[in-house]
Design a protein around this ligand. Structure first.
Ligand code: ZN
Length: 289
């Protein structure tokens, strides 16, 4: 394993015109699939402790599993906490995460700014970059009026300036989870570009499952340097799992092995689409050059 400096990794992506993917672990097999995909695609990988595993295992157990498996692999990794609460961020710093997303979205804007600013000060004192999210991102099954949900350009400008966050996750028509068949309108590349011009820092897109290749390429060109994708990979795992289970009662291990097997190419496909495949070692090579 090689632990990547997240700041240098995102900066290399920004300069190189590509993006890095962040994916969730749900158990050992999904974590292994991400590591195997990263090795096979020669890609950096952001291993994300996300909102599904935390209620199930807690931050510490999720991190320990991820770190143990990563250390056995040859992958280049970043340990990232996704949508961390105040307490979870503090726990994550102690555990050894090297990248943090803090979520103060439940607070009114002024309080969100104040608490995010404090988190940035704490994380930066440990050399850890901070991501935050602005604008509401609905769940896949919600019906919404998108004008209320998009990240506001002026709010984003103020938020970034006052908090000092390193990257900003934005809402431009994406959802958490996936819409079956994704019937809704495409994401707004125009709004993405406007936000990027206002804030001047790399942007992040959560809920990037189900996006068309055109949307992904457009978002990258507009300033997105990190995509969070979970649902498409989870579905690949599930297809493998169910293909075994459909044969009647089988061992769970056989089903999970097939889930892992099918999740690997699905992850590699994302890495190619984001443009980070073949970029492992890029940061080191550039620093050494
Ligand atoms: Zn999010």
């Amino acid at each position: 394993m090689k632990l990547l400096d997240p700041h240098a990794t995102i900066e290399a992506a920004r300069q190189g015109g590509y993006a890095v993917g962040a994916y969730n672990m749900h158990n050992e097999e999904t974590c292994e699939a991400l590591l195997m995909a990263a090795e096979e695609a020669d890609s950096p990988v952001i291993l994300q402790v996300g909102r599904a595993i935390i209620p199930h295992w807690g931050v510490a157990r999720s991190f320990e599993m991820t770190k143990r498996l990563a250390e056995k692999s040859g992958a280049e990794v970043i340990f990232h906490l996704d949508h961390g609460s105040w307490d979870e961020v503090h726990e994550a710093i102690k555990l050894g995460f090297n990248s943090i997303m803090y979520d103060g979205a439940h607070l009114p804007l002024d309080e969100n700014i104040a608490s995010t600013k404090r988190i940035v000060e704490i994380c930066h004192s440990f050399g850890i970059p901070v991501e935050a999210e602005l604008g509401k991102i609905p769940d896949a099954d919600e019906k919404v009026d998108w004008s209320d949900y998009y990240t506001d350009v002026e709010e984003a400008r103020r938020f970034v300036k006052e908090t000092g966050v390193d990257t900003l996750a934005i809402s431009v028509g994406i959802v958490h989870g996936v819409v079956p068949g994704r019937p809704q309108e495409p994401i707004s590349i125009e709004r993405t570009r406007e936000i990027k011009e206002a804030v001047g820092i790399p942007l992040v897109l959560h809920g990037a499952s189900g996006l068309s290749n055109e949307e992904v390429q457009g978002a990258k060109a507009a300033g997105v340097c990190k995509f969070n994708a979970d649902t498409d990979l989870r579905h690949a795992f599930r297809r493998g799992f169910e293909s075994v289970w459909a044969q009647g009662d089988r061992q769970l291990e056989d089903a999970m092995r097939e889930g892992r097997k099918q999740m690997i190419p699905a992850t590699i496909e994302k890495m190619r689409q984001y443009g980070c495949a073949g970029r492992a070692g890029g940061v080191t090579r550039r620093a050494a050059a």
